[in-house]
Design a protein around this ligand. Structure first.
Ligand SMILES: Cc1cc2nc3c(=O)[nH]c(=O)nc-3n(C[C@H](O)[C@H](O)[C@H](O)COP(=O)(O)OP(=O)(O)OC[C@H]3O[C@@H](n4cnc5c(N)ncnc54)[C@H](O)[C@@H]3O)c2cc1C
Length: 289
């Protein structure tokens, strides 16, 4: 299919991109890796009159650490994240998650900023970004503001981004002490998207009890969510397979699971429990090493 006609701009700086976005208003769409937007345009589910390509805007593609906090530029590709030695060393959860996205082509073009801004309910990163308590730096001509992950993902394909804003950076704390994490996913076999994806992060105290736990789940509901019932069941506890299994049973509690031709609501809820158990068991094993 051929998209409807549009004007194309390739700004060289963030200021120029912000100016174009303000100038063209709701008629304009930002283009990052194009791996969600272009398929939608070809299917005519989106028909922007103006495309503002962020590909030539410098300074938006990096992974770096500053004072124990990791920062990732919005135009950093899934492959950059998958192969980042810094992330693997300091906070491997996001690199492990990126490696599960689509195929090599998708990972070479798709960006973390594009994925987060698109907020597909079956996207992988939102689960990990929630489990990492990430912060989103959002920039407009008025300046920059910070949005917490729990506030950024608002609903299916809907985020806290306002007109005229560009997501520029994502930040989160590097792992500390005895922390282990894991991302486990049930793939939709054709596209690779998550039918269920669970990101788990556990920190143990000196006695081996759970001093911190975060579980982010994608694919199950219209937006990714923190499984607070699971977290409550583990916090402060000595962890073993039985305790994890009991807590994981709460994985879909309080959410209305999606149903489609790939999975019924009941199946998604059941798989949420299974993959939460697997993610927590792997995170515990890593935290104990
Ligand atoms: C075959 C296939 C398989 C896939 N499998 C998976 C999978 O298994 N898991 C998964 O998570 N994803 C999957 N994807 C989606 C892929 O990860 C996309 O790359 C991602 O969703 C969007 O990133 P992008 O850089 O391509 O963004 P684009 O498609 O360029 O943009 C997406 C949306 O975000 C907006 N946008 C982009 N950048 C910014 C920014 N910095 N600030 C504000 N708004 C912005 C755009 O205007 C657009 O609305 C798959 C895609 C394909 C085609």
């Amino acid at each position: 299919m051929i998209p409807s006609a549009f004007d194309y701009f390739a700004p060289r700086s963030l200021d120029e991109a912000l100016h174009l976005l303000a100038q063209h208003g709701p008629e304009a769409k930002l283009l990052a890796g194009g791996h969600s937007l272009l398929p939608m345009m070809k299917l005519r589910l989106a028909a922007p009159r103006v495309l503002i390509d962020l590909g030539k805007v410098g300074g938006l593609r990096y992974v770096r650490e500053d004072a124990g906090r990791l920062a990732i530029g919005a135009m950093t590709t899934h492959a950059d994240i998958e192969h980042s030695d810094l992330l693997k060393r300091r906070s491997p959860l996001l690199a492990e998650t990126a490696a599960e996205i689509g195929d090599v082509q998708v990972r070479n073009c798709g960006t973390i900023g594009g994925s987060a801004a698109h907020a597909d309910p079956a996207a992988d990163y939102p689960a990990a970004l929630l489990a990492l308590d990430a912060e989103f730096i959002v920039t407009s001509q008025k300046g920059a503001r910070t949005v917490a992950a729990r506030d950024f993902f608002v609903d299916m394909l809907t985020t806290a981004l306002q007109p005229g804003e560009i997501l520029t950076e994502i930040r989160f704390a590097a792992d500390d002490g005895r922390t282990g994490s894991a991302y486990k996913k049930l793939h939709q076999p054709a596209s690779g998207f998550a039918i269920v994806g669970v990101a788990a992060r556990l920190t143990l105290d000196a006695g081996g009890r759970c001093a911190g736990v975060a579980v982010g789940i994608t694919g199950v509901a219209p937006k990714a969510y923190r499984a607070t019932g699971v977290e409550r069941g583990l916090s402060g506890q000595a962890l073993d397979a039985k305790r994890i299994a009991e807590a994981a049973a709460q994985a879909a509690r309080g959410v209305e699971p999606l149903a489609d031709l790939h999975a019924s609501a009941r199946y998604r809820a059941a798989m949420a429990t299974v993959f939460t158990r697997r993610a927590l068991a792997a995170a515990l094993e890593r935290a104990q090493k």
